[in-house]
Design a protein around this ligand. Structure first.
Ligand SMILES: Cc1ncc(COP(=O)(O)O)c(C=O)c1O
Length: 300
């Protein structure tokens, strides 16, 4: 199968897809993006992703490239042209093409690129045993709530974590509190069984998965507390985990040199992982059983 990319109004084989050298995404990282999971061609939480895209664009004063219903149709068309059962859609909008100048161009049209590929979900082993994270200073800018393509601080943190044998970096602010991961949201379960995660605001990206997980937790009768937690609290927590569109719900069983609790994924984490995987139409992602038939139950 030849993967098809969408570039500014047309689909073409990905090897032939090109953007202009003066695209402001290329020169300034002047753009925003979304990563959307899809199962059997059905995008998960598409409305939430498009709502966040609209917020990111508005925050940077980049015009929408087309209406959100039209964009939803293009996403579905991209999935139809790339029939991958468990896929992720990458969607990027930049301010457009213009001679290099820091000031916003007057008449540039936003550029839209969409690609689809196989979802890099965590391995059975990672889900069953949990993963290690490395704590690092949060060196990002003051508007982490915008899903900007400017990700250098995130890349550096993730690379450092990987080189230390860790799956993710947990970013720590000047007061010693964990904001989020380099590409995921961070959670602990405290000694009272409460689910604790950093509140929304400019210090974190409001994850679509985060919004779903908090709903699922409340529906399941788990108390949710949206407050920052410290790195020390995390190391002493009963459970820890991270979430993202592609990581799903991933148990964290080691933070730096410290094993979390007994070193195994905790009960609340496993429960939320199961609820989330079922809701996403990939129940096998919770059980570790491969390719069990799934009921697509993802709400738009
Ligand atoms: C910095 C950051 N936080 C959180 C997330 C999780 O967001 P979502 O659940 O929408 O994938 C991501 C996803 O890429 C991210 O880059």
């Amino acid at each position: 199968m030849t993967r098809q990319a969408y570039v500014d109004g047309r689909f073409l084989p990905i090897a032939k897809a090109r953007v202009a050298v003066e695209d402001r995404g290329y020169q300034f990282a002047d753009g925003v993006y979304e990563v959307i999971k899809a199962v059997a061609g059905e995008p998960c939480d598409l409305d939430r992703h498009l709502a966040r895209l609209e917020r990111s664009l508005a925050a940077l004063r980049i015009p929408v490239p087309m209406s959100m219903p039209a964009l939803a149709l293009v996403v579905r068309e991209a999935l139809a042209r790339n029939p991958i059962r468990k896929a992720i859609v990458y969607l990027q909008v930049t301010r457009g093409v213009a001679p290099r100048n820091h000031l916003f161009p007057r008449d540039a049209r936003p550029s839209l690129v969409i690609t689809v590929r196989r979802a890099p979900f965590p391995s059975d082993r990672e889900r069953a045993e949990g993963v290690a994270v490395l704590s690092l200073p949060d060196r990002r800018w003051g508007r982490c709530d915008i899903k900007s393509i400017s990700l250098l601080a995130n890349l550096l943190a993730k690379q450092e974590a990987a080189e230390a044998g860790c799956r993710e970096a947990w970013l720590v602010d000047e007061a010693g509190r964990v904001t989020e991961g380099s590409a995921s949201n961070a959670y602990i379960v405290d000694s009272e069984g409460r689910l604790v995660t950093h509140p929304l605001g400019p210090r974190i990206l409001g994850g679509v998965t985060r919004s779903v997980i908090l709903e699922l937790a409340r529906e399941a009768g788990i108390e949710v507390v949206e407050r920052p937690f410290t790195l020390t609290e995390a190391k002493e927590a009963r459970e820890a985990f991270l979430t993202s569109t592609t990581s799903l719900v991933l148990p964290v069983t080691r933070i730096d040199d410290r094993v979390v609790a007994n070193g195994m994924p905790g009960g609340t984490t496993r429960r939320l992982a199961r609820l989330y995987a079922e809701r996403s139409g990939i129940p096998e992602a919770a059980t570790g059983l491969r390719e069990r038939r799934s009921i697509a139950s993802c709400r738009g």
